[in-house]
Ligand binder design. Structure first.
Ligand SMILES: *Cc1c(COP(=O)(O)O)cnc(C)c1O
Length: 388
């Protein structure tokens, strides 16, 4: 009698992606090659700005690491980011031996708070890593102004933000030093695992391309496709293994073509949720400013104290009803590593802590049918209006 379980997230992969992967497998070239190049070109076209350099990588985590490495972040340096993020955003700073300075979010938007950034700047600060949380752009005007004032670099964690806008411009085309997208399985488009580093800084791009593949002066496809004998290469640095395979790029080529449709469907579901939950004791996600675009990666609600159920119980009841949901995120300051490394206390992050205790993320993805959406709505309304 019980309905099938509605997962929290599912990728939408169709016949085109499958055929392109099969074509890649049959081609004999399965690692980084012609399709990764085509995917990079298509990504620049999508962003609509030919002055951008894009570097396909095997995760957003890799892209963030490469960007900060290329900017010269290292021991003794501090990088400021939000506590309300996934650990990737911060761990890459530790890979480089630099220190993470976590700051609180704005209470209304849950985006990194520019005032908290300003207050956290020290003589050691080298960079800011804003996260476009949930797919809504962070306050980049204020963040870039702080960066200019203090001579700091800005690397955007845009894992949630394809396609979002800020000041009418697509995230990825803003005046930061670098911007990194994720194509992880549950993001707004996927390559299974993958990411894209975007930059206007030619030196950053050069360094990141070399470090993406072992610190090699020429990649394997360049050598393979050359018309003259070309076995030679030089190792110029101890690089990483962060290249995106052609198998993954094959998926990405078609996901990118479908992205506009995906984004529209996500916005329709978000609008339907907004409308259906307006009278419930919950705080709906902050809408984008007029004229701006929200990528709607996550639909995060916060239960009001007047709600008849606390957050944990509400999630349990939704699971009992066959509806998957999640929490984005357990703030970094609560995780043992970050808490203990920097002696962090919840009182230092009152807004993120308050939001975390009340938040959950409802299912929102393109494979949800209208009936799935209505089922989530009916269940949420029943639990919050007439708890058992
Ligand atoms: C998913 C995510 C990442 C990491 O993306 P990967 O491609 O899995 O490395 C980084 N930051 C945020 C905010 C994320 O949600």
């Amino acid at each position: 009698m019980s309905k099938p379980f509605l997962p929290f997230a599912l990728p939408e992969l169709g016949d085109e992606e499958i055929a392109e992967v099969v074509d890649t497998l049959r081609s004999g070239w399965v690692t980084t090659g012609p399709k990764a190049k085509r995917f990079e070109q298509a990504f620049v076209e999508f962003l609509g700005d030919a002055s951008l350099e894009v570097i396909a990588v095997n995760s957003a985590t890799a892209g963030l690491h490469l960007a900060l490495e290329a900017l010269g972040i290292g021991p003794g340096d501090e990088v400021i980011t939000t506590t309300l993020t996934f650990t990737s955003t911060a761990e890459v700073v530790r890979y480089l031996g630099a220190d993470v300075v976590l700051v609180d979010v704005d209470q209304a938007t849950l985006q990194i708070d520019p005032r908290a950034i300003e207050a956290a700047v020290t003589p050691r600060t080298k960079a800011i890593v804003p996260v476009h949380y949930a797919g809504l752009a962070a306050d980049m005007g204020a963040i870039l102004a702080i960066a200019r004032r203090h001579g700091l670099k800005v690397v955007e964690d845009a894992a949630h933000a394809l396609p979002a806008t800020c000041g009418g411009a697509l995230v990825g085309t803003l005046a930061s030093d670098a911007c990194v997208f994720s194509f992880y399985a549950n993001k707004t488009m996927t390559t299974g695992e993958g990411g894209m580093l975007v930059t206007r800084d030619a030196a950053l791009a050069r360094r990141a391309k070399v470090m993406r593949l072992h610190g090699m002066s020429r990649d394997a496809f360049d050598r393979y496709s050359a018309k003259v004998p070309s076995w030679a290469y030089e190792i110029v640095a101890p690089g990483f293994k962060y290249n995106l395979t052609d198998i993954a790029a094959a998926i990405g080529l078609h996901q990118l073509k479908r992205l506009e449709g995906f984004a529209r469907r996500r916005a329709v579901i978000a609008a339907r949720y907004d409308e259906a939950f307006a009278d419930l004791p919950l705080v709906a996600p902050p809408p984008p400013a007029p004229g701006e675009r929200h990528a709607w990666h996550l639909y995060v609600v916060r239960l009001m104290d007047a709600a008849p159920l606390a957050r944990d119980r509400f999630i349990e009841r939704l699971f009992d009803e066959g509806i998957g949901c999640s929490v984005h995120f357990i703030p970094l300051h609560l995780h043992p590593y970050w808490r203990d490394r920097y002696a962090l206390r919840p009182e230092q992050f009152p807004h993120a802590q308050h939001a975390y205790e009340r938040m959950l993320t409802l299912p929102l993805y393109t494979r949800m049918s209208d009936a799935d959406v209505e089922r989530v709505i009916e269940t949420v309304r029943r639990l919050l209006l007439a708890p058992a």
